[in-house]
Design a protein around this ligand. Structure first.
Ligand SMILES: [Zn+2]
Length: 369
């Protein structure tokens, strides 16, 4: 069943009610959640299907020796993997991120008996729910923003970029300079080497489904004119943004019908995909003509408003939540918005102006709540 939700000028197709399924087998300590969580999901309006073609959410129970991925048929499926460990490793991200990726999940829940559940997201979010009353319900509240959100990762390339922009302009120079500045400030975490972690068939699967080349963090964009903006590509080194169509893309629109970003590229190149957060930047530029540039980093600033839920990168829901915070800012064209358990989105008149405004005010550690 498909229903359209009207959302301002754009439309978003959602399945209603959202379906979910359970995959894999629980270890001993996870048996209780394996029983309880599906009941909690159903109590909250999700519909269980034993073998759905295209579920919205999958609860995937994995083992540490061999984390088996659930193979989605569609990119809209969000997978939450559950893993039991006797104790938390001292450096959870280093020790556990590969489980998240190897199980092809959007979120990893590590259950440690008597201690509770530790969450890890693709955006390097990590937080904890202690064991105790309403444990399964509290887990659901953490899982729901992921399970219910819709990725906008499709790209539609049109080889119609005007020749005078094939080699960039002053704005693409600004993007390159800002990327180098972020590297100087040590704000570009090393991209996660998925090609070293995933076996070749899983890597092919991920690339086919999402078209991603790697996992990197942060992005930046600059407005070209009333409807278009330049933006960094997905999975590229932001310290080295050079080529139009490869490192920097021209975003022209969002196609609500196809749930795709539209990109204008030079002819005769194999373009890279735009950053997954293009939908968020598109929403902000469209609503606020005074915004000239947008920067997203995995860092934090004191005393800023923050989104309430931990929606994943590249989803319509994250874009919507950030756009709402920008709208509420005293000056939307110079806003700093916190993305819960994730990082910052900052608007400005130019990238240069943003960097001058935030210099010395960023903290590397994003608060995890
Ligand atoms: Zn991010």
């Amino acid at each position: 069943m498909i229903q359209s939700r009207s959302d301002g000028n754009s439309m978003l197709t959602l399945q209603t009610p959202p379906t979910f399924t359970v995959f894999g087998q629980p270890t001993k300590g996870l048996e209780r959640l394996f029983q309880q969580l599906p009941l909690v999901l159903q109590a909250n309006g999700y519909l269980f299907e034993p073998e759905p073609d295209n579920p919205r959410a999958v609860l995937n129970f994995i083992q540490s020796e061999r984390p088996i991925p659930y193979r989605r048929k569609a990119q809209g499926t969000m997978v939450v993997s559950f893993l039991e460990l006797p104790q938390m490793p001292p450096d959870p991200i280093a020790a556990l991120y590969s489980y998240l990726v190897r199980a092809l999940s959007n979120m990893l829940v590590v259950y440690v008996p008597d201690q509770g559940a530790y969450f890890l997201t693709l955006e390097l979010g990590q937080y904890h729910e202690p064991e105790g009353s309403r444990f399964a319900e509290r887990l659901f509240e953490r899982i729901h923003p992921i399970a219910s959100s819709v990725l906008v990762v499709n790209n539609r390339f049109e080889a119609d970029l005007e020749p005078e922009l094939w080699h960039g302009d002053d704005l693409t120079e600004d993007l390159s300079a800002a990327g180098r500045k972020l590297a100087e400030w040590d704000l570009l975490p090393t991209a996660f080497p998925i090609e070293e972690i995933l076996p070749p068939e899983d890597l092919r699967h991920v690339k086919r489904l999402y078209g991603i080349g790697g996992l990197s963090y942060g992005n930046l964009s600059a407005r070209k004119d009333q409807r278009r903006f330049w933006m960094s590509a997905s999975g590229v080194d932001k310290a080295n943004l050079r080529e139009v169509g490869r490192d920097i893309l021209m975003v022209t629109d969002y196609d609500a019908e196809q749930n795709a970003m539209r990109l204008s590229v030079p002819p005769g190149i194999e373009p890279r995909r735009v950053s997954v957060d293009a939908i968020e930047h598109w929403m902000i530029y469209r609503e606020h003509p005074q915004v000239g540039a947008i920067l997203h980093v995995h860092a934090w600033m004191e005393n800023i408003p923050s989104t309430q839920f931990n929606y994943p990168c590249g989803t319509y829901q994250l874009a919507d939540a950030v756009a709402e915070k920008v709208r509420q800012a005293p000056d939307p064209s110079r806003a700093v918005v916190g993305l819960k358990n994730h990082g910052l989105t900052i608007t400005g008149h130019s990238l240069q102006e943003i960097l001058e405004r935030i210099e010395g005010r960023l903290v590397r550690q994003v608060p995890m709540t």
